[in-house]
Design a protein around this ligand. Structure first.
Ligand code: HEM
Length: 233
């Protein structure tokens, strides 16, 4: 009975939400570090992309795990929200610590927008459906040009040379930043780590973290658009 009560309670959803949220943040940071290698040149970036592709079946396991993490995160976040709304007809006094910003109230909206951005992004760089003419590039590499691999660097550069594409990504990562900032703060609140003494620090750290993520991601489309990367092409 205790186990049944536990599964029904919001505690399990809260744990699931926090753990999957943390995993997604780790992915976002890792993916960003990987992508920033675009500044280290074509060879370094393509070696990294080639390494990921060479993982073969393991890559599919990682992709599946990532997708499952995202699904569990969405479901558990919605469940926690609904359980909280149902359980507390009278608002928390704690509520005041998380500022009732427009984006705070619009987690669902920014969440959906980030989801749409992600779908567009996968169709663009992973499936190649958005811009097929700038997807299939090959790079000849190795001693005496012995090998051929996917030229992911050129794909990214040719993608972001188009202002509309670069602007879409800039908008996408800004929305991701708003979502991330509020999600981190609300996770701390949900888990009960919202002591008035520490919450302002949590709030500031979350803003700083989200701004750094947004700015670093943005450097990629902005630098390519300004011709600082791939300007000679
Ligand atoms: C300037 C920003 C970004 C750039 C340049 C970029 C670049 C890329 C590239 C080149 C790929 C294809 C990897 C491959 O299939 O070989 C990719 C895949 C992916 N990206 Fe991004 N990305 C950016 C932002 C983001 C953001 C903000 C997110 C998350 C919200 C994200 C999530 C993903 C996911 C989930 C995949 C699929 C991974 C896979 O299929 O293995 N990306 N990205």
């Amino acid at each position: 009975m205790a186990l049944f009560d536990f599964l029904k309670s919001s505690i399990l959803s809260k744990i699931a939400m926090a753990v999957t949220g943390l995993l997604l943040v780790l992915f976002i940071v890792g993916h960003m570090v990987g992508n920033l290698q675009v500044f280290l040149g074509r060879d370094v970036f393509n070696t990294y992309a080639h390494f990921l592709q060479s993982l073969g079946e393991l890559l599919w396991v990682i992709r599946f795990a990532l997708f499952a993490t995202l699904v569990v995160h969405i479901i558990s976040s919605i469940r926690v929200k609904l359980l909280n709304a149902g359980a507390k007809p009278v608002k928390y006094s704690i509520k005041k610590y998380v500022k009732a910003t427009w984006f705070g109230r619009s987690m669902l909206l920014t969440g959906i927008t980030v989801f749409i951005f992600l779908a567009y992004h996968l169709a663009h760089f992973t499936i190649g459906a958005v811009d097929p003419s700038n997807f299939h590039f090959d790079e000849v590499y190795g001693p005496n040009g012995m090998f051929v691999r996917h030229d992911a660097w050129l794909m990214v550069v040719m993608g972001f040379k188009q202002p509309i594409v670069a602007l879409l990504y800039i908008a996408g990562v800004i929305l991701l930043g708003f979502h991330l900032n509020h999600a981190i703060q609300s996770m701390f609140q949900t888990l009960g780590w919202n002591h008035p003494k520490y919450f302002p620090t949590i709030e500031k750290s979350s803003v700083v973290f989200s701004v750094i993520i947004v700015l670093l991601y943005m450097t990629i489309p902005v630098s390519i658009l300004l011709g600082l990367v791939g300007g000679n092409l």
